[in-house]
Write a protein that binds this ligand. Structure first.
Ligand SMILES: [Fe+2]
Length: 258
């Protein structure tokens, strides 16, 4: 079970091993009740529809329980990992990379920590994507890709409009981490500064980690090859200034990934 001390030590090899052990154990439990995550997602959405005001009051009362809120956020990220084995470790690494990038860009330590936790929720909307698409080993069809792209708006719907700063940030990142500077991204085709800075950060961190991770249909890219891909997207897909910040903290990122 993920505990408070693990949250505080996030990024260490020990944390990563503990995280992966916890995910594997919980995946076994999920196998015994395959519909559990779907039911949870439906329940969350239903609860929001029924009593958004009540949820807002609850969030306000829970404001001082920062540790509990952070741990709850990570449990939600783990729920997304249950649905897609390829995501095990990915969400946590993207959180760590995004925090390093945010700090280099100039955000405060407190904001950097918020970015780390919120970034780990960037793909939480995948809990609403059917298994036949999410776990398909081969390339997706155009129709399947359109369904998959909905993980951005599902994540935003799950976490947004609750009046909680951390979840508001997570919802914004979930919605915008696949937008591209030139407007060719999704779901809304936002351009340049229309994309929140945190969404632009996670776009870089997410792509780098995805490329340097093994996938069912390809081996992991080398660090150099992944950086070449990022460079090809400079100022079209990725924010060039943030890409420079990412390159500046690359040694720390590589160390965190080890
Ligand atoms: Fe995503």
């Amino acid at each position: 079970m993920l505990r408070a001390a693990h949250i505080r030590s996030m990024g260490s090899p020990g944390f990563t091993r503990a995280w992966n052990r916890g995910v594997c154990r919980l995946r076994l439990e999920l196998d015994k009740a395959a519909d559990l995550v779907d039911d949870m997602a439906v329940a969350i959405v239903d609860a929001r529809r029924r009593d958004v005001a009540g949820v807002r009051r609850g969030a306000s009362r829970l404001e001082p329980l920062t540790q509990t809120r952070r741990e709850t956020a990570y449990r939600l990220a783990m729920a997304a990992e249950f649905r897609d084995p390829q995501m095990i470790g990915h969400l946590e690494r993207v959180g760590v990379y995004s925090e390093l990038l945010a700090r280099r860009w100039g955000m405060t330590r407190q904001r950097g920590e918020q970015v780390r936790v919120a970034s780990a929720l960037h793909d939480v909307g995948k809990i609403g994507i059917p298994d036949r698409i999410l776990q398909k080993p081969g390339p997706l069809t155009a129709a399947e890709r359109a369904v998959m792209q909905r993980h951005t708006v599902i994540g935003h719907a799950l976490m947004g409009d609750l009046g909680d700063p951390l979840l508001d940030l997570a919802a914004s990142i979930a919605l915008t981490h696949h937008e591209r500077l030139d407007g060719s991204g999704y779901p809304h085709g936002l351009r340049g500064p229309e994309i929140p800075i945190e969404g632009r950060m996670v776009a870089i961190a997410d792509t780098f980690d995805a490329l340097t991770s093994v996938r069912a249909y390809r081996p992991a890219f080398s660090e150099g090859r992944a950086l070449d891909v990022l460079e090809q997207g400079r100022d079209s897909q990725f924010d060039g200034t943030l890409l420079d910040c990412f390159l500046a903290v690359l040694p720390e990122i590589v160390q965190a990934a080890a």
